[in-house]
Design a protein around this ligand. Structure first.
Ligand SMILES: C[S@@+](CC[C@H](N)C(=O)[O-])C[C@H]1O[C@@H](n2cnc3c(N)ncnc32)[C@H](O)[C@@H]1O
Length: 312
């Protein structure tokens, strides 16, 4: 009882204590408010810029990733498949025809009678930045035997590369990796591509375009998803001197395609892609490219709307 009594302030002391405790409570409250405000408004040290406005303009070319990366943090992104030794470039086409198409080229007996009348025969093929100077610059520099294009659509950029390599007298195979499904909603802009039972004939129209340009000997479609194809190329030893990434434009798709593509790049080769500066970059292309370069200690170069990374 005595002890309890001692702990209790005497009635005369109470106003003094209250007087002193009040400012201290205010101070603690102020400190808490400030701390909470700070934490909720400042991005954590590992977050990426949130809005396009915080991205660099083409002219300033500032790096958009402003945090240092401990490379062990990206371990989960590592792919585990071991790539086979590269097969010779002259056997790449045959290997693909045998292993993907049971030995028969997709161009054989094309078009089938049920499709022939419906496909367009035109030399105006819709693409995006598909004839940019970057293609000629890189083909002249690398003189590729094998090109892998990830994202082909109707073939505008693939056909352009085939024409360039022909003009330069190169023996090049352009491997076009595309599931030829387009993307959800693409029919809004491409309603003229025939459709049967809900199946859009993007693949057929692509084949037709290659036939129209007389490039069936140097363009080879690989009509599957980029993820499974690039992993398989790695396992089969299908390597490329030049790799163009232009499929899914969200961060995760671009990130996966760049990482998987880079694994099958020949030493001295170049990987590049579209939409480093166009509207689509906001979805993640540029963030994926910059992060990839940062993690691998590589430099991002720019050629028109394209990003370019040299392997050495
Ligand atoms: C922007 S277009 C390619 C344009 C082409 N490079 C040109 O310049 O004409 C994107 C293409 O990527 C393909 N695509 C998107 N995601 C894919 C994926 N995960 N696997 C395979 N193809 C994909 C779509 O079917 C579409 O044809």
């Amino acid at each position: 009882m005595k002890t309890e009594h001692h702990r209790r302030p005497s009635p005369s002391l109470t106003p003094i204590l209250v007087k002193r405790a009040k400012p201290a409570a205010y101070f603690i409250l102020l400190l808490l408010t400030y701390t909470l405000g700070y934490l909720s408004h400042h991005p954590s040290s590992t977050s990426l810029p949130l809005s396009p406005s915080s991205s660099p303009s083409p002219s300033s070319l500032e790096p958009i990733i402003r945090f240092s990366i401990n490379t062990t943090e990206v371990n989960p992104f590592r792919v585990t498949t071991r790539c086979a030794d590269p097969i010779p470039p002259e056997s790449v086409r045959r290997t693909l025809v045998d292993r993907l198409f049971n030995g028969t080229s997709p161009f054989e007996n094309f078009p089938p009678p049920h499709a022939a009348a419906k496909l367009r025969r035109t030399t105006k093929v819709k693409g995006w930045g598909s004839t940019g100077k970057v293609f000629e610059n890189l083909i002249r520099r690398v003189r590729p035997r094998t090109v892998v294009e990830v994202g082909t659509f109707l073939g505008a950029s693939a056909i352009h590369m085939a024409e360039l390599t022909r003009r330069l007298g190169l023996e090049t195979q352009i491997l076009c990796v595309d599931d030829f499904r387009g993307w959800a909603g693409f029919r809004d802009r491409f309603s003229k591509i025939p459709m049967q039972n809900g199946d859009v004939w993007l693949f057929y129209q692509f084949l037709q375009n290659v036939v129209t340009f007389n490039q069936t000997g140097s363009v080879m479609p690989v009509p599957f998803s980029s993820g499974s194809t690039l992993m398989l190329f790695c396992e089969w030893g299908v390597f490329a001197d030049l790799i163009e990434i232009d499929a899914g434009h969200d961060f995760l798709s671009a990130w996966a395609d760049i990482n998987r593509g880079f694994r099958i790049l020949q030493p001295g080769g170049v990987i590049f892609g579209h939409d480093y500066f166009t509207a689509a970059d906001n979805r993640g292309v540029r963030r994926a490219v910059d992060l990839f370069a940062k993690v691998n200690n590589l430099k991002v170069n720019v050629d028109g709307q394209h990003w370019v990374i040299y392997s050495s």
